[in-house]
Design a protein around this ligand. Structure first.
Ligand SMILES: Nc1ncnc2c1ncn2[C@@H]1O[C@H](COP(=O)(O)OP(=O)(O)OP(=O)(O)O)[C@@H](O)[C@H]1O
Ligand SMILES: [Mg+2]
Length: 305
């Protein structure tokens, strides 16, 4: 069943909320516009801030299949777009030979038929099913090489792929495209120009608490508040890698599993590896710094609640 696209920014925010994604107004606006204008959405931001999740949530909320292309160095057309199924083509040729009278031209035509095409994500995304055009997630584009990016530019301009033996295959209905990047390198302007761009920042305390209520509802209210305050304070410090929303959720689940109902220095010190993934960062926070932050946020949380 194809669900209608949202009709307003509020509608978009509600749609995302139904799928457990707590979006701020800015993100809901750009998503609403990308859907309405049929333009790819280009999302950049630090790790674990909810970029990939947007594509998953859109697919679930709109009832569209999700086609995912995970980018990596060396990603090529054979893995991203299509490949001929050589084994099946060989069998077809052998069968034609065995039954005799295989005309060479006819055979070439038969063998380079869509039947023998292995569709990789970009080609799959051009095919709309009964549920409508899919959501195409091109994840971590900064990891792919520049020639691939140039190729993608063509695909995203016309929503079509040219296969020399067959010709152009165009999408009857363009997919909903979400591209993410962790910004390990800049993506070219030409590609960005075709997209609507949004930088996803770390959430403020209020939104992070709302996310925890949705993603780790089993946690005690006071624990969730203290965790959010702790993480928000950590994000102001000079660490090599700041914790994302994913880490906040993980830490909340870990502390809940340990039956914690509030933060205490010992438990924090023993579980910092759920939140921080670099030894230097852990060493910097562990001990006196952790105790200091706990004291500070206790007063804050008590004053707020
Ligand atoms: N606004 C949000 N509402 C609800 N959950 C969220 C939100 N943002 C992030 N999350 C949760 O945080 C986790 C990490 O999100 P996601 O994988 O999308 O991050 P990312 O930005 O793609 O990170 P990376 O760059 O490491 O791939 C997911 O489990 C997701 O459910
Ligand atoms: Mg991601």
């Amino acid at each position: 069943m194809t669900l209608d696209l949202p009709r307003s920014i509020d509608d978009t925010q509600a749609l995302l909320d139904q799928a457990d994604y707590i979006a701020d107004r800015a993100v809901a606006t750009v998503i609403y516009l990308a859907l309405g204008m049929g333009r790819p959405l280009f999302l950049e931001g630090e790790a674990g801030v909810g970029k990939t999740e947007i594509a998953k949530v859109l697919s679930a909320a709109l009832g569209r299949p999700l086609v995912r292309l995970q980018c990596y160095e060396g990603l090529d057309v054979a893995s991203a777009v299509y490949e001929w199924n050589y084994a099946r083509q060989m069998i077809e040729i052998r069968l034609a030979e065995a039954t005799g009278g295989a005309d060479r031209d006819r055979l070439a035509e038969d063998v380079f038929n869509e039947k023998f095409l292995i569709r990789r994500p970009l080609l799959q995304a051009l095919q709309a099913g009964p549920a409508g055009a899919p959501v195409l997630l091109i994840d971590e584009l900064d990891r792919a090489d520049e020639p691939f990016e140039a190729y993608l530019l063509e695909v995203l301009s016309d929503f079509q792929v040219t296969i020399p033996e067959i010709g152009a295959i165009a999408a009857a209905e363009p997919p909903i495209v979400v591209i993410t990047s962790n910004r390990t390198r800049e993506i070219h302007d030409a590609l960005k120009r075709r997209c609507l761009y949004h930088w996803i920042d770390y959430p403020d305390a209020e939104r992070e608490l709302a996310i925890l209520k949705r993603k780790a509802p089993e946690a005690a209210e006071r624990l969730s508040r203290e965790i959010v305050a702790f993480v928000q304070t950590l994000r102001q410090t000079d660490l090599f890698k700041l914790p994302g929303i994913a880490e906040t959720i993980d830490w909340t689940k870990a502390l809940t599993q340990l039956d914690a109902i509030a933060l205490d220095p010992e438990t924090v010190n023993n579980t910092l590896g759920v939140l921080l993934k670099y030894q230097d960062d852990i060493a910097q926070v562990q001990g006196s710094e952790a105790s200091r932050i706990i004291d500070q946020i206790r007063t804050e949380v008590a004053a707020a609640g």
